[in-house]
Design a binder for this molecule. Sequence first.
Ligand code: NAD
Length: 500
Amino acid sequence: MAIYINEPSHTFGEYLLIPGYSSVKCIPSNVDLTTPLVKFKKGEAPAISLNIPMTSAIMQSVSDNNMAVALAREGGLSFIYGSQSIESQAQMITKVKGYRAGFVISDSNVRPESTLADVLELKDKTGHSTMAVTDDGSPTGRLLGIITSRDYRISRMAPDTRAEDFMTRFEDLVCAGESTTLKEANDIIWEHKLNCLPVIDNDQRLVSLVFRKDYNEHKTNESELIDGSKRYIVGAGINTRDYEKRITALLKAGADVLCIDSSEGYSEWQKIVLDHVRKNYGDTVKIGAGNVVDKDGFRFLAEAGADFVKVGIGGGAICITREQKGIGRGQATALIEVSKARDEYYQETGVYIPICSDGGIVHDYHITLALAMGADFLMLGRYFARFDESPTKKVNINGSYMKEYWGEGSARARNWQRYDLGGDARLSFEEGVDSLVPYAGSLKDNVGLSLSKVRSTMCNCGCLSIPELQKNAKITLISSTSIVEGGAHDVVLKNDSKIL
Ligand SMILES: NC(=O)c1ccc[n+]([C@@H]2O[C@H](COP(=O)([O-])OP(=O)(O)OC[C@H]3O[C@@H](n4cnc5c(N)ncnc54)[C@H](O)[C@@H]3O)[C@@H](O)[C@H]2O)c1
């Protein structure tokens, strides 16, 4: 007979935190959000910790190199999506590891023989008016000149005028050498009243550009997540098919941590990948696995050697796995059970395996609830997709700005695949949708606001760290009537557009 779990499974919106005693020390600035990313033995420190408990989802519409830099700058971590070729994923990792705050790899480049019409077309495409003229039109070619909008007058010049005839020539440019620090670069910019300073190597090849207008962003953030060489820490998603080649390339590119990306991780496929990593790299390579929704799945991945375990099936905003396949579990219930299994495993073995709650976060307070329920960190997709830094287009729909957001199980995400999945292609079905989410501005502002709420709630609970919250939080399940009571009710809202 099948096993029945008769308790309903619940989601975050069905719980609230009950405040605990808070002393005068419980102020947001005293809250420490540091949290382990990978497993560690009792009494030892984890090899990697996050400074804030947030990671961005392994998704095409969420985590590329720009997102990774922006999130690491705030203390979190991105897992760059694996649903792309090995080469392009490795390139994204290289870009994050090679990123120097303030030093931008030029994305608008032309050849000397390119025309004014080409320049205008490129300006439209990238939105950038500063262009490098290099011998081969690449961002690392030999620098021959720079074009800005001050170099041409559309009304007076023929569209076929060549770039070399109107660019500011190399001889007239102020450039800096490769070893220039950001402070030195900014001093040169101020001294020569420049808007842009090209950085070149000994062979006059372009390395990067430093812009005057970025100056304020260059200041370092205290909580940024960096490695021993002051490079941003970055993760990468992998699959259970081309993992051998992919892992080699990602590690070579500098990935700090890997994560097996699957809707369902209680499987031999994942053990095969974990065995491969341990056999070839021992414990030097850090790798998470998942997703699971119960204690059996957790125990399996813990024993198979996962460095962290990801929890959640079907809770993502764009995920339709529950509807399509009938598998999954309310995110809160899944998390509570897996946290208990993690704690039991720790008691038994002295090894603490962090768990990541993946999916189901709608409101900021859900983040605090997930941490209180035992998550060490969270993975968010929709949340990050709304920001400037996500890789997708910003579109104007009826006067409101939206960003595109699609699931990894959607046909749109799966289109990249060149290898054969096996089976009859006509029988494949989607597990995700293609959608839009309201545009919300910059990652920095939004993460700052969300975490200020988390810190404030933690203070209400009398907790100054995530482990304290996990140990001491009081959590109550609420009835559907209490949920109504929690929102604005029995009043007529003044800004409700439906009221005439
Ligand atoms: N967390 C969620 O709720 C959720 C739900 C749906 C989709 N997703 C995302 O969608 C993407 C695709 O997920 P998925 O579960 O379909 O991918 P997957 O690659 O893990 O699994 C797809 C199928 O391929 C099989 N398989 C795996 N490795 C194989 C191998 N080496 N040889 C032959 N068969 C193999 C698996 O058993 C499974 O049936 C992922 O990014 C995942 O995170 C997530």
